[in-house]
Write a protein that binds this ligand. Sequence first.
Ligand SMILES: [Zn+2]
Length: 324
Amino acid sequence: MRYSDEAFEFMMQTLQERREKAQNGSEKRRAYVYEKLPEVKKLENSLKDSYLNLYQIIASHKSNAAEAARKVADDNLAAQQKIKQLVKALTNDENYLEPHFFCKKCKDTGKADGKRCECAEELLKEYMVRSLNESSSISVQDFSRFSLEYYPQGEIRDRMASYLRYFKDYCANFPDGCNSLLFIGKTGLGKTLISCCMAKEIASRGFSVLLVSAPDILRKIEDEHFGRSEGSTLDSVIAADIAIIDDLGSEFTSPFYDSALYNIINGRINLHRPTIISTNMSSEKLNERYNERIVSRLLNDFIPVLFVGSDIRQQRSVKRYGKK
Ligand SMILES: [Zn+2]
């Protein structure tokens, strides 16, 4: 994926903050140990001196330099062991003084085995997805905003209640056992609200969540494709841990949109990343509107979730204005 300069800046900045945090934590723990065990302080200071010593011995090129250097190295090893023993006796953790890096693999440098570490890749991806969300016309919501009272009592409300449990489990277990979902149902039945709640819940667990409307994201991909703007939106959509795409079918019909849509759906399926798509169209309408490749992906690789009831938004506004 092609990342923006801002994404790299965000990555460098975050890595630096992580290193500082690890360092500060280690310094705090060291101060505590020094206070409890002044001997550790002495040993660490003597270690520092001995490195200086070692350097001078090597630089002196005296005939016995090699032997002297070996002795210093042995003494250092012994001092390090002694420090570990003392620290362990105090804290039950022999590595208590070591910095606790966010990423143990690269020690928060962003580089491991001569290439960019996975943690740095994650940060770049996080930035790209977040900046797409910032330009999105829909935003995350809390599950507490979702109320079953707008659904008629009986079968419909029961069905929505069981969906709600399913969606909450989906978010809590994400990505384990999470299939792609296709929300089908008329306008105002809570598809978008549920999508926004799920986005918040999954994002709060540290996953990268893309929450966009189909027309917005397709237009963006088109603008970039034809050089009207810069970016790598298509890659970002595919890279997100979960992509939640609202209002499929409200975009203009165009062969470019169809191919972009197929690339999104197919690209994510190939990478086993779940996608949630909501649409006001019935499966018959989807069949008429989209080409066979897209329809077959939507109907075979997504679990359909049928939303029923009557328009929640109308009911809400009736309630708000007190006309009942
Ligand atoms: Zn790393």
